[in-house]
Design a protein around this ligand. Structure first.
Ligand code: SAM
Ligand code: SF4
Length: 357
């Protein structure tokens, strides 16, 4: 290897900001990915953990400029699954051996929604017990709400900061969306006892390699347990995506940048869980496997009933729209075996970083 990759591999958080930028822009991407993959194998093993993803509703109070299900997109057919449907899909994931579940939706903050989610969590926890991981990704909420959901059975929470640069954040959101509030939510989640996950989008307009290096430093300074990040992909019915150029070359470069972020994050943090996001697969049918080989160790197969999938389109070219969950499971099993990794069936797959706390 080279001295800088050796230094990054030997100990976590060993790089300066400049060195992180250097790693992110490393000329030989293959070498970079191989170094990150070796750290992943050493820290986690040659295993992939699964989380069954249920996208249970696309109604959202927020209006992020990049997101296809933002409040102001009038073209979206809105849906919300009922509690029985969500629990049924959780049971499917449990029986499929996924070991963990992620419940995700648009952001809703009223008491009716808080109580609805609380009830669903209690029902799923009653079925799966403590051995079945429950992650939720339901946006910014009050600390009291986070606490109620934690007590009802959720133990991991994903809330992407989107970018660690507050000025860039302000350009991607309306004025009433606050970067500081989002960061404070991450801290509230920690106080409530969750395993805390966050992440960013890479390839945002105006984002620099410096920003991405700062994003990784932000993950370290917030002492995150899990990282879920992915490439930004334009959606034609959003303010940010409507006039965006989107050529095959751009898609290729966006994929590579997403992989570089995974590799640099693994080389800097070593023992956290890192997800290979579905957005990678939207850019390349083998995007998630490439993510694993660049240092990720978690995949979130979609277990949402097929008829809802087309209505939860955050970006263009969402994959597996017409596939059912059983098909997805078989396809993933083959793909993971093909890269020489095995699946951690029926395991919660907690982040080693969290387990060491
Ligand atoms: N509403 C919750 C929230 O925002 O945290 C959870 C669901 S939200 C759809 C999950 C993530 O989707 C966001 O954190 C954002 O990073 C990602 N996302 C939204 N639009 C995207 C796009 N155009 N390209 C890539 N990722 C996108
Ligand atoms: Fe809503 Fe989340 Fe999309 Fe923002 S990213 S509009 S909060 S679903």
């Amino acid at each position: 290897m080279t001295p800088l990759l050796d230094k990054a591999s030997a100990a976590p958080r060993a790089l300066t900001h400049r060195e992180l930028v250097e790693i992110l822009t490393w000329p030989d991407a293959k070498k970079l990915f191989a170094a990150a993959y070796a750290v992943k194998c050493r820290e986690i093993g040659k295993f992939v953990s699964f989380r069954g993803l249920v996208e249970f509703g696309n109604v959202c109070e927020k209006d992020c400029y990049y997101c296809g299900i933002r409040r102001s997109n009038g073209k979206v057919r809105r849906y919300r699954m009922d509690a029985d449907e969500i629990v049924r899909e959780a049971e499917w994931a449990l029986k499929a051996g996924y070991g963990s579940l992620v419940l995700q939706s648009g952001e809703l903050t009223g008491e009716a929604n808080v109580a609805f989610v609380e009830n669903v969590l209690k029902r799923i926890h009653a079925i799966g017990g403590d051995d079945f991981g429950i992650t939720i990704s339901l946006g910014e909420q009050s600390e009291e709400t986070y606490r109620r959901w934690r007590e009802a059975g959720a133990h991991r929470y994903l809330l992407r900061i989107e970018t660690s640069n507050p000025e860039l954040y302000a350009k991607l959101h309306p004025a009433d969306h606050s970067w500081e509030r989002r960061r404070d939510c991450l801290r509230a989640l920690r106080r409530c006892g969750y395993q805390v996950g966050s992440g960013v989008m890479s390839g945002l307009p105006g984002q620099t390699a410096d920003d991405l290096a700062s994003d990784i430093e932000f993950f370290a300074s917030e002492d995150l347990d899990m990282i879920g990040m992915g490439p930004y992909i334009p959606h034609a019915d959003t303010p940010l995506g409507m006039n965006a150029e989107w050529t095959p070359e751009l898609r290729k470069a966006r994929l590579e940048l997403g992989l570089r972020m995974i590799a640099a994050t693994r080389l800097y943090l070593h023992d956290v869980n890192i997800a290979a996001a579905t957005a990678l697969q939207a850019l390349d049918p083998e995007g998630r496997e490439k993510g694993l080989l660049a240092g990720a160790n978690v995949i979130m197969p979609n277990v949402t009933e097929t008829r809802y999938r087309a209505d939860y389109q955050l970006y263009a070219d969402k994959p597996c729209l017409n596939e059912n969950s059983t098909l997805c499971r078989g396809c993933l099993e083959r793909r993971i075996a093909s890269i020489g990794e095995s699946i951690h069936w029926n395991k919660r797959g907690d982040s080693p970083h969290w387990s060491k706390r």
